[in-house]
Design a protein around this ligand. Sequence first.
Ligand SMILES: [Zn+2]
Length: 305
Amino acid sequence: MKSMIVLCLSFLTLQAYEYHLKPVELAKDVYCFFGAPENISKENGGNMVNTCFVKTKEGFVVIDSGPTFGYAKQVYAQMQEIAKLPVKFVITTHDHDDHWLGNSFYKSKGALLMGPKTYEQNVVPGMSTRMEESLGKEIYAGTQVVKLDSVVEQKYDLTLGDTVFEIKQLVDQAHTKGDLVVYLPQKKVLFAGDLVFNNRLSSLRDGSIIGSLKALDLIDSFQADVIVGGHGYATDANATQSFKRYLVEMKKQILEALDEDVSIDEITKRVVMPEYKDTNLYDVLHRRNVFDAYTELEMYDGDEE
Ligand SMILES: [Zn+2]
């Protein structure tokens, strides 16, 4: 009897985390899953990121594989309900782990993994990840770190079943030093990765405020009908605007403070931007963003633009 109870309990703990994923169709054959605009937690199972897939005649293309093996497996089950087609390619937008820890699942299904050079440089099989530390063994079960099959240096046009995917790095450094966007010219849909955030603040820790603003202008120049960011729910043609306003205001206030010789010790008290206090992750990220932007703008010569 006792061993039965132990057996039942261990079976329960091995039950996979249930993500309750439902795809949203944003354009014909283009689907996304929207994560919560929150930080990583055991409660959300790392589902705080947006991932998408595109159906073509010859198979699926996935844009960002999400936070765990289990998440990718549940996404795949949803895809197979739409069409019994293989996943041919997975494109990773950048090297932050919430966007690619599902890659090992798709690799096991025979997909080719593509991504930026920073993934090649920074992602090493066997490495421990932020997601693993935050989620613990059960939710992370089965997740492995795997290498890419193909690195996109600056630009690569992929065609699958008549659907064209333009994969591009727009600037040298924006959210990270390797951010890919994926544009579908036939559908006017742009997957922006973490160059676009909504409903929460972004982090500048690996990025550049100047580069981020340049990237946002370039994204707008595509004149896409649908723009999907790495986090947040807005996907219309104006999806870039709220993040752009935040960065423009921060840049302006920091440059003014630099003119007045405000020191780095004082800057986070000066650039509070209280209108963003109710935005998700303000408490976690804003002060650090100001600090990072100050460090960058201190060296910045406006004529370089
Ligand atoms: Zn992200």
